[in-house]
Write a protein that binds this ligand. Structure first.
Ligand SMILES: Nc1ncnc2c1ncn2[C@@H]1O[C@H](COP(=O)(O)OP(=O)(O)OP(=O)(O)O)[C@@H](O)[C@H]1O
Length: 526
């Protein structure tokens, strides 16, 4: 690169600053603008091979790379990567101080990494690097070469470069804000379109993916009939939301929606919960209690985790379906009930039937209309919509105004979500609380997801322990067909250092379900 005529009067400095300010504030293409500024610095002031190095978001490795340059080859650009503290450029990035190397051949810290020495003029060459700030934080470095022999004082170059670095910092900030705003508006837009177009959205079911929309359509198809529905899907996929939607969209919506989780209540208590009891039926039954079946009469009974219901109770449930009557525990009177049953299971009930764990006749009665709720990993585009939905929700809850940048949404989309929508909601809350800027970026998302239990472990777990032919979505990961459940729970507790909530999550259980299983299997949390 030829050196320009020596021109260092104040006018040419003002020209550069003025042009730079104009380019940064007016030009939409920041790429072009920064390159033109670097070109001006070279042509008017002999500040050559200008480069702007930037960190990638909140990169924990603090690596900076050349993002914009003038007069560098693509090979040189590729080589220009520095960890914070490395060489002169890394030093400026790490400390936020200015560096002036009067003779690069004499400076030990100068790495000669991006540009080989023989490419530069065969005379004394200087290197100046100034930090680029974003508020008080150093986000990058602006660096140039110049001939040592030029008469222009270094101090003037440094002052000029500091002003230019400030302008570039502002430009980057504006660009980031515009990008975040655009990403934010785009995903809000999508969410609104979804809410307008999807029938499920009126019931809080967010998602546009074909598999989810198909499930929603089927749910609306079956809702007005009196048919029993069996919802199958992994934990946290939204089975309860579907059950409620079916109830509300049915002619029974004036009646109650009563739900019971068969896995969360000990079998010894389920019977009295479902059927109620008469006063004096057992010690402690001081007054008559109406059971959930009676409460659900005229409405819908949601039996969650039906696969966990023990065989004796399965027989009683079958009787209710057949005769449409119940007897309270300790009672003799038949009480007529008019209930529609929507049941749900993460287990493959057909396999449970084969294993004689579930009655075939009851299975047929419940499975009149099977509805499979897809796992989140099968619902690609829905992750963005759901993430935005939960971000809006959490912003309201915590009085914040956080946004995702596009990297954050892409990182959320790459993850396989073994815990499905429930896990996604938890992760979004955590991101909102952990982010120290209003913009949630991809690195923070990756950090938080790295602490989630690996989906591969869960999925391979699922597949290994499933009978051939069963789809992974049908079996909850923690539920092995041949299971060492005690060992598995102990291991999860050990890994989570005794934290039951986290251990439950890693097993795909709710904390209540875990507590119940621990009591049932006599597991102590040591
Ligand atoms: N499509 C969706 N749109 C919005 N929120 C959803 C959706 N699916 C699930 N959720 C939310 O995710 C959480 C888990 O959903 P839900 O309890 O219905 O799942 P589930 O399949 O019944 O889980 P489990 O099998 O563990 O009982 C709830 O907070 C629910 O509101």
């Amino acid at each position: 690169m030829g050196e320009p005529a020596e021109s260092f009067n104040i006018d040419s400095e003002l020209t550069v600053v003025q042009e730079a300010a104009q380019l940064i504030t007016e030009d939409v293409d920041l790429d072009q603008s920064i390159r033109r500024i670097l070109r001006l610095l070279s042509h008017l002031h002999g500040l050559n091979r200008g480069r702007v190095l930037l960190a990638e978001g909140n990169d924990p490795k603090k690596l900076i790379t050349i993002r914009y340059s003038y007069g560098l080859t693509s090979e040189e650009i590729k080589k220009g990567r520095y960890v914070a503290g490395e060489g002169v450029t890394g030093y400026v990035y790490k400390t936020g101080k200015i560096a002036l190397v009067q003779d690069i051949d004499e400076e030990e810290k100068y790495l000669t990494r991006a540009v080989f020495r023989n490419v530069l003029p065969n005379e004394m060459v200087a290197y100046i690097a100034v930090p680029i700030f974003w508020g008080k934080k150093t986000i990058g470095v602006l660096a140039v070469h110049r001939l040592r022999k030029r008469k222009r004082p270094f101090q003037r170059d440094i002052t000029l470069l500091k002003v230019i670095a400030t302008l570039i910092g502002q430009g980057l900030r504006i660009e980031e804000m515009v990008a975040a705003r655009t990403a934010d508006l785009e995903s809000k837009n999508q969410l609104l379109i979804n809410k307008m177009e999807s029938r499920g959205a009126a019931h809080g079911i967010i998602g546009q993916s074909p598999l989810l929309q198909e499930a929603v359509q089927q749910a609306f198809l079956v809702a007005p009939t009196n048919t029993n529905v069996l919802l199958q899907g992994e934990s946290g996929t939204g089975k309860e939301l579907f059950a409620r939607m079916i109830h509300i969209a049915s002619a029974r919506s004036g009646g109650a929606f009563v739900s019971i989780n068969c896995a969360a209540i000990p079998n010894s208590l389920i019977e009295s919960e479902l059927f109620g009891y008469e006063r004096g039926a057992f010690t402690g039954a001081v007054s008559t209690k109406i059971g959930r079946m009676e409460l659900a009469s005229g409405g819908t009974l949601f039996l969650d985790e039906i696969g966990d219901l023990e065989l004796a109770l399965q027989a009683k449930l079958l009787r209710v379906i057949e005769y449409k009557t119940i007897q309270r525990v300790g009672g003799t009177k038949d009480i007529a009930v008019d209930i529609r049953i929507v049941s749900a299971s993460h287990k493959n009930l057909q396999l449970a039937v084969q294993d004689s764990q579930f009655r075939l006749d009851l299975f047929y009665r419940l499975n009149v209309f099977p509805l499979r709720i897809p796992a989140l990993r099968e619902r690609g585009g829905d992750i963005r919509l759901l993430a935005q939905h939960f971000l809006n929700k959490s912003n309201g809850e915590f009085s914040k105004e956080m946004k995702f940048n596009s990297d954050a949404l892409a990182a959320l989309e790459r993850y396989a979500w073994p815990g499905n929508v429930r896990q996604l909601e938890n992760v979004i809350k955590r991101l909102l609380l952990l982010s120290d800027s209003r913009l949630i970026d991809g690195h923070l998302v990756e950090d938080v997801l790295a602490h989630e239990i690996s989906s591969e472990t869960l999925i391979s777990h699922t597949v290994h322990n499933t009978e051939p032919g069963a789809s992974p979505g049908d079996v909850r990961p923690y539920m092995k067909v041949v299971s060492d459940e005690v060992g598995e729970i102990q291991e999860a507790l050990r890994r989570q250092r005794g934290n039951k909530t986290r251990a439950a999550m890693s097993l795909g259980l709710t904390p209540r379900q875990l507590t119940y299983r621990m009591i049932k299997l006599k597991i102590k949390n040591e």
